[in-house]
Write a protein that binds this ligand. Sequence first.
Ligand code: PLP
Length: 229
Amino acid sequence: MGIAENVKVVKERIERACERSGRSPDEITLIAVSKTHPPEAIREAVEAGIEHIGENRVQEAVSKYEVLSDLPVTWHMIGHLQRNKVKHALRIFDVIHSVDRDALVEELEKRASKVGKVIPVLIEVNVAEEETKHGVFVEDAPDLVKKVLSCKHLNPIGLMTVAPYVEDPEEVRWVFKTLRELRDRINRELGEEVLKELSMGMSNDFEVAIEEGATMVRIGTAIFGERKY
Ligand SMILES: *Cc1c(COP(=O)(O)O)cnc(C)c1O
C-alpha cells in the first residue's frame, strides 16, 4: 500500500478507537514519524493530509527541513536531544517531546531566550523504567515540570512516553493509564490544567493509547512502511 492509503487507514483506526472510548477524533493530533524516510515520502504524506511531522534526530531533520521548509506542517522533535544540538533543534522544531533532564531544560531556556521564542515542550517519562529508554521516572516528573514552568521561554504542554514493545498492546495499557493519571495528578498539584497533552501511542499500540487518553499519537511504520535502516 502507498503512503496516502496508509494515512487513510490510520485515520479510520483513530476514529474507531475514539468511538469506542467516547472521544472525538478532533482531540487527537496525528504525528507522522518520518525518520529514515526521504523528503519525498514526507511530501507524499502531506499531500495525503498530514499536518504534523515527527523526527528523532536533529541532523537528519535539519537536512530534510532544508528541502521541505515550504510545507505547511508542524515539526515535532520526538527523540533524545543532546545539549549540543539544541541550537539547531530550535531552528526547525516547533514542539519538543523529549525533555527529560534538568541540564536540557537549562540549555533549551538559554537558547530559546536568545532567539526570543517560547517553545512548547513535553516531559518524557520512562513509565516502565526500562534501562534502554530515556525519560524521567514517574516520581521525578512533577519536579521537572515545575522546573520547566519556571522558565520564561518554555511552555510545558504535556507528558510523553514510549511504551515497551510487546506483541499484544493490551500488555502496555497500564503504561498509558499511568501517564494519564500522572498528568492529572500534576495538574491537581499545580491547581490548574497546565498539562493538556498526552503524547503516547505508536504503530503497534496507538489504539490502546487513545482509549487511555492519548491526545498525540506518533505513527511511523503504519504510514511510511518499514524503516530504511
Ligand atoms: C520511531 C518512533 C515512533 C514511531 O514508531 P512506529 O512504531 O514506527 O510507529 C514514535 N515515537 C518515537 C519516540 C519514535 O522514536
